[in-house]
Design a binder for this molecule. Structure first.
Ligand SMILES: Cc1cc2nc3c(=O)[nH]c(=O)nc-3n(C[C@H](O)[C@H](O)[C@H](O)COP(=O)(O)O)c2cc1C
Length: 171
C-alpha cells in the first residue's frame, strides 16, 4: 500500500521521530511504499477559512507554503499515519496545521486506513488527541489500524518498537 507518515515533532531526535522511523522501516520491510514527511520542520500555516479552495481555487489552496509539497502525497496516500507529541493534552500545532489544511480536499481521496503514534511525558494525557483522531477517522469513514502511545519510560524501547511493528503488520 502507499503509506504517508506525518511526523509532527520539532525534535529530530525525539520519540515521535523515532516511532515514525520505526513505522517506516517496518512498512518498507513488509513491501509497502512509504513516504515520511517531517512536518515538525515544515513551514505550514493554519487554514485561513477563505474558501478559495471551494470556489475559484477549484480544490487548490491559496496559501503557497510547504503544504503544497504534501497535497500530491495526500492525493495518492492509501494509509495515513499521524505521529505527534502531546502538547497541552492534544497533538502539536505542527501536525494540526497540515491536518486542517486538508480542508480543500475534505478527505484524502484514496485513504482507507489510519493509525496514530503519540509521545508524551505523562500517562493518561491522550484523550484529546485520540478523540480528534477518531473524529477524523470516522468522518472520513476509514479503518482505524491502531494507536501506539509512549510516555517517558516507554520511549525508544524494544516494547514500543514491537507495538509499532504489530500495528504495521495489520496493514
Ligand atoms: C509545549 C509542550 C507541551 C507539553 N505538554 C505535555 C502534556 O500536556 N502532557 C505530557 O504528558 N507531556 C507534555 N509535554 C511533553 C512531551 O509530550 C514529551 O516530551 C514528548 O516526548 C515529546 O515528544 P518528542 O520526544 O517526539 O519531541 C509537552 C512538551 C512541550 C514542549
Amino acid at each position: 500500500m502507499n503509506i504517508l507518515i506525518l511526523q509532527g515533532s520539532p525534535r529530530a531526535n525525539g520519540n515521535t521521530a523515532w516511532m515514525a522511523e520505526e513505522c517506516r522501516k517496518a512498512a518498507e520491510d513488509a513491501g509497502h511504499t512509504v513516504t515520511l514527511v517531517d512536518v515538525g520542520h515544515k513551514k505550514i500555516a493554519g487554514c485561513m477559512a477563505c474558501e478559495y479552495c471551494h470556489g475559484k481555487g477549484n480544490g487548490a489552496c491559496v496559501q503557497k507554503d510547504d503544504m503544497q509539497e504534501l497535497y500530491p502525497l495526500l492525493a495518492e496516500a492509501e494509509v495515513l499515519v499521524l505521529a505527534a507529541p502531546i502538547y497541552y493534552f492534544t497533538m502539536s500545532a505542527q501536525i494540526q496545521a497540515p491536518i486542517q489544511r486538508i480542508y480543500n480536499m475534505n478527505k484524502p481521496p484514496k485513504v482507507k486506513k489510519m493509525a496514530l503514534l503519540l509521545s508524551s511525558y505523562s500517562p493518561n494525557v491522550y484523550d484529546g488527541a485520540i478523540g480528534e483522531y477518531h473524529g477524523i477517522q470516522r468522518y472520513w469513514g476509514v479503518e482505524d489500524i491502531g494507536i501506539v502511545t509512549a510516555k517517558i519510560d516507554e520511549q525508544k524501547t524494544e516494547e514500543t518498537k514491537r507495538r509499532v511493528q504489530e500495528l504495521v503488520a495489520k496493514l
